[in-house]
Design a binder for this molecule. Structure first.
Ligand SMILES: Nc1nc2c(ncn2[C@@H]2O[C@H](COP(=O)(O)OP(=O)(O)OP(=O)(O)O)[C@@H](O)[C@H]2O)c(=O)[nH]1
Ligand SMILES: [Mg+2]
Length: 238
């Protein structure tokens, strides 16, 4: 395993993987947090997650959330979120819609390996920095993405409501998550492309019923119209 990558205990600095297609500033803005960051564990800033804030903040009744710190302090800690699901379900579009409010239509360019974007959101008045990893859905990149599961605190698992196969593969994805992710990882199931109702191949009830079976929250989304995109990220950041 390369030094500095998730899973490497050597403490080496995080290098940008060769296939990362991001501007350098984005890479610098996203230091890798210690593995298995959880509530109460120390953060590089010296404070513990979920227990931050000065007495003054508390006096003001500053809102808190599981991952964040009061809105008037910075920098915010990062919550690492991974987007998972078959190739073509819309993970990259989903992320770009959330990050830039734009939809990439036209030619489908499959993600190679893994990519990431940062975005700071406010949850109940608390700033939370989301470090979002956009994985390649293609089978041949699976070994690359497995290495990142361990550090993810939340997973958005997508299928395409116009593709029965992408829905049927959700069980396999959940098995893989069970194998590689942290036990307490937050998972949300998303049925994407809800705007293409004329080609729907998966009923909303089927998505909801599968989610119930695995005890995870569920919603349908559209990376094209933006429907429920922000809501999904805010829900896992809470
Ligand atoms: N109508 C519609 N099309 C979408 C939506 N989301 C994505 N698409 C289209 O679906 C195709 C695949 O989208 P991507 O976001 O690249 O898919 P992906 O899941 O990132 O695929 P991989 O990178 O191979 O894993 C593209 O042509 C998008 O324009 C959506 O919500 N509605
Ligand atoms: Mg992609």
């Amino acid at each position: 395993m390369p030094r500095g990558w998730p899973g490497d205990a050597s403490g080496a600095e995080f290098p940008a993987p060769p296939f990362l297609s991001l501007p350098r500033e984005d890479c610098r803005a996203a230091p890798l947090l210690p593995p298995r960051l959880s509530r109460g564990s120390p953060h590089p800033t010296g404070q513990a997650l979920g227990t931050r804030g000065t007495r003054r903040d508390r006096g003001r009744g500053a809102a808190r959330c599981r991952w964040g710190r009061p809105a008037d302090t910075s920098p915010a800690p990062a919550l690492q979120v991974m987007l998972l699901g078959d190739s073509g379900v819309g993970k990259t579009c989903f992320l770009l819609q959330f990050r830039d409010g734009a939809f990439l239509s036209g030619t489908f360019i499959a993600t190679v390996g893994i990519d990431f974007r940062n975005k700071v959101v406010a949850v109940d008045g608390v700033k939370v920095k989301l470090q979002i990893w956009d994985t390649a859905g293609q089978e041949r990149f699976r070994s690359v993405t497995h290495a990142y599961y361990r550090d993810a605190q939340a997973l958005l698992l997508l299928y395409d409501i116009t593709s029965k196969m992408s829905f049927d593969n959700i069980r396999a994805w959940l098995t893989e998550i069970h194998e590689y992710a942290q036990k307490d990882v937050v998972i949300m199931l998303l049925g994407n492309k809800a705007d293409v109702s004329s080609e729907r191949a998966v009923r909303t009830e089927d998505g909801a019923s599968l989610a119930r079976e695995y005890g995870v929250p569920f919603m349908e989304t559209s990376a094209k119209t933006g429907m429920n995109v922000e809501l999904a990220f805010l829900a896992i950041a809470k």
